[in-house]
Design a protein around this ligand. Sequence first.
Ligand SMILES: *Cc1c(COP(=O)(O)O)cnc(C)c1O
Length: 339
Amino acid sequence: MHFARFPRVHFAHLPTPFEPLDRLSKHLANEAGGGPRLWIKRDDCTGLATGGNKTRKLEFLMGDALAQGADTIITQGATQSNHARQTAAAAAKLGLACHILLQDRTGFTSRDYTRNGNVILDQLCGAEIHRHGAAADMNVEMEALAKTLRAQGKRPYVIPGGGSNAVGALGYAEVAMELVGQANAKDVKIDHVYLATGSAGTQAGFVVGMAALNSGIPTMGISVKQERTKQEEDVFALAQKTEAHMGLKGVIKREHVVADSGYVGPGYGQSTPGMVEAVRLLASLEGILLDPVYSGKAMAGLIDHVRQGRFARESDVVFIHTGGSVGIFAYLDTFESNA
Ligand SMILES: *Cc1c(COP(=O)(O)O)cnc(C)c1O
């Protein structure tokens, strides 16, 4: 867990705050006649063009890109990709050219969804946007673009979707260390950590870090796109690669990887009543902005688990806020129509 061994560029605002969610805890406890204390790790505050979890991964990915002499970054994501936006911002800060391949994964055609939110920020950060349909193989498209750019004398560096490989996941192994240190300093004995899981790098890195620390703290990944077993297998496979990259062996066990796919709803990026409620509750009780695709669904899962009585009254449960609030502006109809 000595991260200075790896190439890195520091641009995230770290450590991110670790704070109690007093009013949300009270609201949920009042419903049930008691409940856990809820805490939040503010990884929405990492600082890069409105922040988010990808900024931590990008510190190591951009470090690797610079170490390899890259002058151009290529990455891909859904139309409202937070990863694409943070990559565009990091590339801007480092003076690198940036190509963003955006795929239509929802079929939404509103101007808010296709142009506002993350998309306008990609553009403001100077990225060149390439649009692709749902059927495209985005890894093939990125390689084709890299080949074209190489033929023009450029030195492209390709970052996978979500920045989710063993290099990017280092950023979340480090969060384990940061969070446990903050909890120790406040005498908070963490009983469970909740986070959103999509392309798997966040949960993979985090559980490797937690296992390496021998923290004994379980992690729950709330899936935003696919069924539980598939998501757990993806996270575990990447966690094994991540521990190998960190020089560890046999630290991560299959049982450390737990996901719940009960809050995806109709599919990736599709709204659910629980997500809308979670976004509203956090905004109105805590002044914290979640997002419709990831943190809103993850918080919907946590809220539902609290209501199911899964946690003892005096337990402490931490939610990692992975960012994405600019996505709210892409979902104006979703939030307005429920007003
Ligand atoms: C990408 C993202 C996630 C999920 O992280 P993965 O590493 O892709 O699993 C969660 N929340 C937000 C806001 C994201 O942008």
